[in-house]
Design a protein. Structure first.
Length: 337
């Protein structure tokens, strides 16, 4: 059995930064993640996605942010159980928790921090009968490597941040980019909407609104999509790739059965104290939690982790005095006594 001071379920950006904050307090951490590598969605789904709201970085690629977080926590030598899902949790007589994975690996600690992001994801797929035949043959629901689309003809569908962000990014990568949306208004950030409109005016992006892709064609791989327009004739657009970016549907998975208070597929926490759940000793931080005024941003997860570890320290070391020090005057990482 693996014993540590804090079990972190989820090795995404919030989980990784938790290791740093806990390490400053001399706490040992062990992370559990169903993915085969650290980084969560950033590593698995969006490694090349640009992120604009990390303090100190005008823009940073998701994969680069993961690399930086891993470098930041290296001095604290955390443990990892990767490629395994946390499926069960039980409380011991001495007020500790045992977390067991789907492969039977057991972990014990006084506290558990659930940093599982939005959970397990499946893409929202449009109702097109022959669509499965073209999946990974020209139809992609996630952009993992934008270089795949270098000098290719790409059609993107969607009206949210993901569709808009990739339209802007791929405008300088693909030979042609068309953005198809069922409405004339978009749900994404206004700044990104303005960038898409500007690219459309310059002829770098073809904007097709009040329309949707209703059929796909090709032999061995995708070669054309059929677009139904509300106010004009249908379009047949030749393309190499179609990206239906309608979002991902998250589920909590086994965590939903742990007796935690759940609201709209998120774990309810007390944000007035330390992001504790309804079970003492179990915390939830990052996108997996909910409370009044919650914002699902990476930087908010970083803040929640910082507050949470102060409470977890008291559970791990009830007889020690917590003495918080600024990292700028510590004389080096890990110098807390």
């Amino acid at each position: 059995m693996i014993q540590t001071d804090l079990i972190i379920i989820g090795a995404g950006p919030t989980g990784l930064f938790t290791v740093f904050e806990a390490g400053l307090l001399k706490m040992k951490c062990h992370l559990i993640d169903s993915l085969p590598q650290p980084g969560g969605q950033l590593a698995e789904i969006y490694p090349k996605k640009p992120i604009y709201d990390i303090p100190g970085y005008p823009v940073v690629m998701a994969g680069e942010l993961v690399d930086n977080l891993m470098e930041q926590i290296k001095p604290f030598n955390p443990g990892f159980t990767l490629g395994e899902s946390a499926v069960a949790i039980e409380k011991t007589e001495d007020d500790k928790f045992i977390v067991t994975t789907n492969k039977g690996t057991q972990h014990m600690a006084p506290s558990v921090a659930i940093a599982g992001g939005l959970g397990v994801f499946t893409p929202r797929k449009p109702p097109i009968a022959n669509l499965p035949a073209f999946e990974d043959k020209g139809v992609d629901y996630i952009v993992r490597d934008p270089e795949k689309f270098r000098n290719k003809r790409v059609v993107i569908s969607g009206g949210g941040d993901s569709a808009l962000d990739w339209t802007v990014f791929l405008a300088d990568v693909a030979s042609e980019v068309s953005l198809v949306h069922r409405r004339t208004s978009f749900r994404g950030h206004l700044d990104t909407v303005d960038k898409v409109q500007e690219l459309a005016q310059k002829g770098k992006v073809k904007l097709i609104t009040n329309a949707e892709v209703v059929d796909v064609h090709g032999t061995d791989k995708l070669s054309q999509v059929n677009i139904k327009q509300k106010d004009s004739d249908d379009l047949n657009v030749d393309c190499d790739y179609w990206l239906p970016l309608f979002g991902l549907t998250p589920t909590l998975g086994p965590i939903a059965d742990w007796g935690l208070e759940i609201e709209k597929n998120a774990i309810v926490v007390d944000n007035a104290t330390d992001y504790r759940t309804n079970i003492e000793g179990i915390y939830a931080i990052g996108d997996v939690n909910t409370y009044p005024g919650k914002l699902k941003l990476i930087l908010c997860g970083f803040h929640e982790a910082t507050i949470m570890v102060q409470s977890a320290f008291k559970r791990a070391f009830p007889d020690k005095k917590l003495s918080f020090k600024y990292t700028t005057v510590m004389g080096g990482v890990g110098s807390l006594e």
